[in-house]
Design a binder for this molecule. Structure first.
Ligand SMILES: Cc1cc2nc3c(=O)[nH]c(=O)nc-3n(C[C@H](O)[C@H](O)[C@H](O)COP(=O)(O)OP(=O)(O)OC[C@H]3O[C@@H](n4cnc5c(N)ncnc54)[C@H](O)[C@@H]3O)c2cc1C
Length: 478
């Protein structure tokens, strides 16, 4: 076995959390090595939509004409990520958001100051700002709305440009990267985590860190055993991941006495097209509406999958379908069509008259410009007229040139629970004491999420608390 590799701070996993931890530690003067089991950095972060949840008055928000405050951001996130969101982490996250924006920009991340102004999973444009449910009910009752989804200047998936910038910034800060290197266990001496054992090109290698080890290995959606134990809602569902989210960092830390939190929490995405849904209805298998179609698509998905009888349908008329430009339809086509709603409802296997009753109530509200039950913004209200079409959400879609990766029922997700950490990334035991020398961030931890999810908060809390973990590790003395 080759001799140990020594450094000050060892980061395990080179996604967004690992990158930001490494940059901060290196800029604080530490010698930093990052281990990455894949052949290149990036992780799920590089495959992602690249939406980062930032607010409180960022320059991009201001350039687009929006006033925002940390208090409004906190009120929205508390409502949207709850119940049971981590209040202390949320407070830090919102209070530090403008500074975090500035830090990202100073490290090469770019955002175009223009707004994509419609509900979507991912804009087909290079706009740098998007709504993530802030302007939809019930959140409009909770806080003054401001869009906070910040993203790089490319259509669809912007995760690659984000990670390209962070990887370049890490290299510029002097961070050394060992790819094809999989950490397998933590090395503990006298109760202190002093390094890891790893497999590198078929060899066992030991890495020693004089100040701290930061675990940023991602979540566990690719580990069926862990899903069955902790987050069975995702069992058999599509994986929103790079395929390497096997929970290895969580498992390594558990071995040395770490505690976990909120292991059941997860993001859920349903392959329905928000651009069509907002112009029509989303209904459950009984033909009932259950949500305002203009809210963040993850909330529609979560509500459906957690509490509504499947299958799920988007119901539109010809005008709604034609209004959405072909390139923004993501390959979605009606799976059923009819002149008559009773006929359509029967074809969809709904109770007699259920769909007609739902559409009749919706049309009455639309004529008056007020959605009585779910308060969809009047901007999107229009009575639906024959001919009608229904889209089976499970039929899927192809954003950009990619497949959605959802399971047969149109559902995919990733895990939000993980190691119990302080806001500075110290990994805690079940007794609430820090494990000396061990830090973690990103989806290997439980971050700012309770039972809810808003896009951008995973790259958001991964980069935000990754930075804090890197700084804390670099500042630790032994
Ligand atoms: C298609 C898609 C779209 C998404 N869109 C968004 C979005 O727009 N906004 C948002 O906030 N989130 C989004 N997400 C979720 C988000 O990308 C992830 O939750 C986030 O990137 C996790 O960051 P991380 O740094 O914790 O983990 P990762 O980015 O996955 O990085 C973890 C790294 O650790 C490595 N690793 C794992 N185990 C080991 C080990 N034992 N030894 C060495 N290396 C190891 C992995 O190979 C990986 O490179 C999306 C995800 C996907 C897949």
């Amino acid at each position: 076995m080759p001799g140990p590799v020594a450094c000050d701070v060892l980061v395990v996993g080179f996604g967004c959390a690992g990158a930001t931890a490494a940059i901060e530690a290196a800029e604080a003067g530490a010698e930093v090595v990052v281990l990455e089991r894949a052949s290149a950095p990036g992780g799920s972060s590089a495959l992602s939509g690249g939406e980062i949840y930032l607010g409180g008055g960022t320059p991009v928000q201001e350039a687009c004409g929006f006033r925002d405050s940390p208090a409004a951001m906190l009120a929205f996130l508390t409502a949207a990520l709850g119940p049971h969101a981590d209040a202390e982490k949320l407070r830090h996250y919102c209070e530090g958001s403008v500074e975090h924006f500035d830090w990202l920009v100073a490290h090469g991340v770019t955002f175009k100051p223009s707004l994509y102004d419609a509900p979507t999973w991912m804009p087909a444009t290079d706009d740098g700002l998007m709504w993530l449910g802030e302007n939809s009910w019930p959140f409009t009752d909770v806080a003054d709305p401001a869009p906070r989804g910040h993203r790089g200047p490319v259509p669809y998936y912007a995760g690659k440009v984000l990670m390209d910038a962070l990887v370049a910034a890490a290299a510029a800060a002097g961070v050394v990267t060992h790819t094809d290197t999989r950490a397998t266990e933590l090395v503990v001496e006298d109760g202190v985590v002093v390094g890891v054992r790893a497999r590198r090109f078929g060899d066992d290698v030991e890495y020693r860190a004089s100040r701290g080890v930061v675990l940023t290995t991602g979540g566990f959606v690719d580990n069926e055993q862990m899903l069955s134990e902790h987050a069975p809602a995702l069992l058999g569902r599509g994986k929103v991941s790079d395929g390497l989210d096997d929970g290895s960092g969580i498992a390594m830390a558990l071995e040395v006495g770490a505690a976990t939190r909120r292991m059941h929490a997860h993001e859920t995405a349903l392959t329905y097209l928000p651009a069509l849904a907002v112009r029509g209805l989303v209904v459950n298998g009984l033909g009932q509406r259950f949500v305002n179609e203009d809210t963040y698509p993850g909330i529609v998905s979560h509500r459906a999958v957690e509490a509504q009888p499947p299958p799920y349908w988007v119901v539109v008329d010809e005008t709604a379908f034609e209004e959405v430009p072909e390139r923004e339809r993501w390959g979605v086509r009606p799976t059923h069509a009819a002149e008559d709603l009773d006929e359509l409802g029967a074809e969809l296997g709904m109770p007699d008259g259920a769909l007609s009753a739902t559409v009749a109530a919706y049309n009455r509200d639309a004529e008056r410009g007020e959605d009585t039950w779910f308060h969809k913004d009047p901007r999107w209200l229009r009575p639906l007229r024959a001919p009608y079409a229904a889209i089976d959400v499970a039929a899927g879609f192809h954003p950009g040139d990619r497949d959605s990766g959802a399971s047969g029922d149109g559902v995919a997700g990733f895990t939000l629970g993980g190691l119990h950490t302080t806001p500075d990334g110290e990994v805690l035991t079940w007794a609430g004491r820090p494990i000396p020398g061990l830090y973690a961030a990103g989806r290997s931890t439980s971050g700012i999420h309770g039972d809810g999810y808003i896009s951008g908060t995973s790259l958001g809390d991964g980069t935000f608390f990754g930075r804090r973990a890197g700084r804390a590790a670099a500042g630790a003395s032994r």
